[in-house]
Design a protein around this ligand. Sequence first.
Ligand code: ZN
Ligand code: ZN
Length: 684
Amino acid sequence: MSTQMIAVHLPDGAIREVPAGTTPLEIANSISPRLAAVCVAARLKPLAIPQPLECDCCCQKEADDQPAEAEMYAAGDAAAPRLVDLNMPLTADTRLELLTEKDPEALKVLRHSAAHVLATAVLELFPETKLGHGPATDAGFFYDFHHEKPFTPEDLPLIEAKMAEIIARDEKFVQESAPRDKSLEGFERDGEFMKAYFVNKFTVPGDEISFYRNGNFTDFCRGPHLPSTGRVKAVKITNLAGAYWLGDEKNPQLQRVYGTAFFSKKDLDAHFARLEEAAKRDHRLLGKQLDLFSIQELAGPGLIFWHPKGALIRKVMEDWMRAECLRRDYQLVYTPHVARVNLWQTSGHEGFYAQNMFTPMELDDALYRMKPMNCPFHILIYKNSPKSYRDLPVRYAELGNVYRYERSGTMHGLLRVRGFTQDDAHIFCTPAQIENEVVACIDFAEAVLHTFGFKEFKVELSTWDPSDRAHYAGSDENWELATGSLRKALERKGIAYKTIPGEAAFYGPKIDIKLVDVLGRLWQLSTVQFDFNLPARFELEYVGEDGERHQPVMVHRALFGSVERFFGVLIEHYAGAFPLWLAPVQVGLVPISERHHEHAKKIEAELKAAGLRVEVDDRNEKMNGKIRDFANQKTPYILVFGDKEQEANAVSVRTRGKGDQGSMPLASFIAKAQALVKSQSTEL
Ligand SMILES: [Zn+2]
Ligand SMILES: [Zn+2]
């Protein structure tokens, strides 16, 4: 009798021939017991899928509280890579990756395992509780419970203490399976209405369904899990919220208990320190403190009022952007905020984008809509006169206000709004010009990020899924050419990127650039997006060298993305302490007493003449109070002067973050400040 052998391909290229039934843990042990000790789970990839060639950097999506439920229960696609338990027997040839604690997906396995520990604790403390589900989220995990008497915040420390006991018991997570119909009967009999719902929704009669057991606790779940509860090293319950089952207020009320978990106490502490730092940098808070912007109840949510100081920063951002556009051979245009519905029908927005637009307004001649995008307007300018290949590329840029419908209650400060300004440009070019245009767009995006003080960014290339031909506009040839040009442009720039297959819009592939802020958070801002759809819908043309009519290629690109959002990110990145060139008030003047007010006016005039933004505090207040007020406004420089300074035409300089720098001739201060503004320095 011979045991069937299977081939397990490891990431270093080695292939192990092992008997069928061998587990990933056994393979880890055969490599090194030290490796086995830090392994969390395993990733299996079918041999048919080619290995990705480019960088596999980890890019977080925006915080996601609602992971796909199906992921937790439904049997996975056998052809897709999947995570499995370390003690899952391997039955066929496969590619195997052992996940250690460093793998970002390992954290999800840990957090979901922590959710099982949470449910175990709740059932031990409150046995009559009915269970919902407990997925991992980007920030941690939660579990939904139904308990007649709602939990209170006082219950949370009890639950957390019980979780610590369960972790100390180091119970193994064991996968079991049972006939679906018998399990369903059991759930229904026990009043486990939520579990019964999930079984009904994600399995079909006749299935064997998967359970995970630790100690006496069992949960309907497809896994994977850590080997045992003891591997949940650092866990914290964070809060409690009420929610109706399936979001319907006629249904029973659930308690959602939130928590987070990490592989070490150090990581957990760092997480909370980061949250605290992020809270201090919250742009909504700083926007109020520094009087930068507001959102007015009377006007409506998601509409931004730029106060003078915020408006000044915006002006500097916009001036820089317009000047750069001109330097890079863009042409500036302005277009209206509304247009007839006919235009949106021609562009197709009236169909695929209608749910994101403000509802139409009826005027005497037609229905009109606020614009959600600038593209059709730039296209109309392009179309207004015949174009020859000699005119291309045509690059139109606009800081265009657009309006998009977001449900009330979903808005968030400057980050999620109903009205915003895109630094939008559309490039019309010949296929041969694409690659150079994309390189130029990436150069421009890098210039934006570096100028505004960001050092790091991540790049994603979204491509199509050629097997799903029906969902994409444009010919195969176009897709090959455009995707190839984006790749070549990134390679020419030597930029590492991650390819996301099947994530392209139906009308073309794109590059997304996400910047990394001072807290390490990722922000999606710049996009370079191809479009095969609009040039066809608007029948755009140019006359080629051959004298024939051709369709130009069109690229949409935005670098700030939205001026509002970029401003929000800037506020948080700098915690409101803007570099000198962006600061709304660059210099605060503090005359020591009333008899120096006259001199203050003279200094003010001189600084203004030198192009600096200055504010005098000539209230009859104590000097220290005035200095404190400027410091609270995060003013980069505070100049103090009395008799001594006046006589010497000098100023005593207080620099933000550095304190009292002593006395300096006024002319020297001006020269220094001018140089810092000119170089857009982040130093003072
Ligand atoms: Zn589970
Ligand atoms: Zn566009």
